[in-house]
Design a protein. Structure first.
Length: 332
């Protein structure tokens, strides 16, 4: 019998990297030089010789990023799982990166408006940030071996402002942008094609007093993305679906093939707005959700968005990461 769950090991970011290795920072992203000389580097791929990161290895990594693949060094159980920085919104961007690493994750989704750091709390990080501020964030990410993969939930007005968002994505090497701006899909589709950065349509809970708020419904999201560029789809939030009386597993099936990213939450029931729980402790059947994503060939990021115990939720996030480690053990 296989039990999915367990405690995260913050020292191991990926099953594939559980080998004896020296670590180096290269171009702001973690590289691994295998000492064994006969293993394939999980981030750079083929072309790694003993003690040497070759030009071919670097090209392998860069090609993967150009093709819209997430760096595999952040994968656990076959998924690029990390945190949504909103989980740590009582803290700064720098502290959110630190806490993501402490929980055992290697990828993060950033959001607009978070204070930069304890030393510079008056500076807010978003798509208007200067190159100097962006570089500080990149340096902090590299220091903790965390990769920024997504940005949102963000909403702006007009192509000029959206271009700033995509420029931030280009500078950080993001996989996707998360938004609810379905009214701007013509602009977004143009920029998706120009920048090769994906867009996921996010949803918050249903608003009974606002009939114009429709993105809570996966059928509606499918209706607005199905004829768009395939790089436009859904940013699926399992907790908000549950609050809207939508079964997350069924919603994922409705959106099959159009899921860009996931905000993964566990809940004690469907049909009410309830507090987030550690994966496996509720009724949303997280293992079945992961099975469904695997069956769909999902290749985006999963952001753990743990919206409770705000001041000290790293242990719970680590347990959620541990769930993925258990899942990986069950699916070897």
């Amino acid at each position: 019998m296989c039990v999915v769950g367990g405690k995260a090991d913050p020292l191991v970011g990926n099953d594939l990297l559980a080998v004896r290795a020296d670590e180096v920072l290269l171009d702001g992203i973690l590289g691994v030089i295998f000492q064994t000389g006969n293993e394939e580097n999980a981030l750079f791929g083929p072309g790694v010789e003993e003690g040497v990161v070759t030009i071919a290895a670097i090209h392998h990594r860069d090609a993967a990023l150009r093709e819209g693949e997430l760096p595999s060094h952040g994968h656990i159980g076959g998924f690029a799982v990390g945190s949504q920085a909103w989980t740590f919104n009582r803290f700064s961007v720098f502290e959110a990166i630190e806490k993501t690493a402490q929980a055992g994750a290697r990828v993060i989704e950033l959001y607009p408006g978070q204070k930069l750091s304890p030393a510079e709390p008056d500076i807010k990080f978003d798509h208007n940030a200067s190159d100097e501020v962006i570089q500080k964030v990149k340096d902090k990410l590299a220091q903790h071996r965390v990769v920024a993969v997504n940005y949102g939930v963000v909403g702006v007005s007009g192509e000029a402002e959206w271009r700033k968002v995509f420029e931030l994505g280009r500078k950080l090497g993001l996989y996707a942008i998360t938004t609810e701006a379905v009214g701007d899909l013509d602009i977004l589709e143009k920029l998706v094609k120009e920048y090769d950065i994906r867009v996921g349509i996010h949803e918050h809970p249903r608003r009974p007093n606002n009939a114009d708020y429709k993105v809570w419904d996966p059928n509606y999201v499918l209706s607005v993305v199905k004829d768009r560029d395939l790089r436009i789809g859904a940013s699926a939030d399992t907790g908000h679906w549950a609050s809207s009386n939508v079964n997350p597993l069924e919603a994922l099936r409705i959106l099959r093939g159009r899921i860009i990213s996931v905000h993964l939450k566990e809940r004690p029931e469907i049909g009410q707005a309830r507090t987030d729980m550690v994966f496996g402790a509720g009724i949303l059947n997280i293992a079945a959700i992961l099975d469904e994503l695997r069956a769909q060939g999902f290749r985006g990021n999963i952001a753990i968005e743990y919206e409770t115990n705000w001041e000290n939720n790293v242990p719970e996030v680590a347990q959620c990461i541990g769930f993925f480690r258990g899942y990986a053990t069950c699916h070897r």
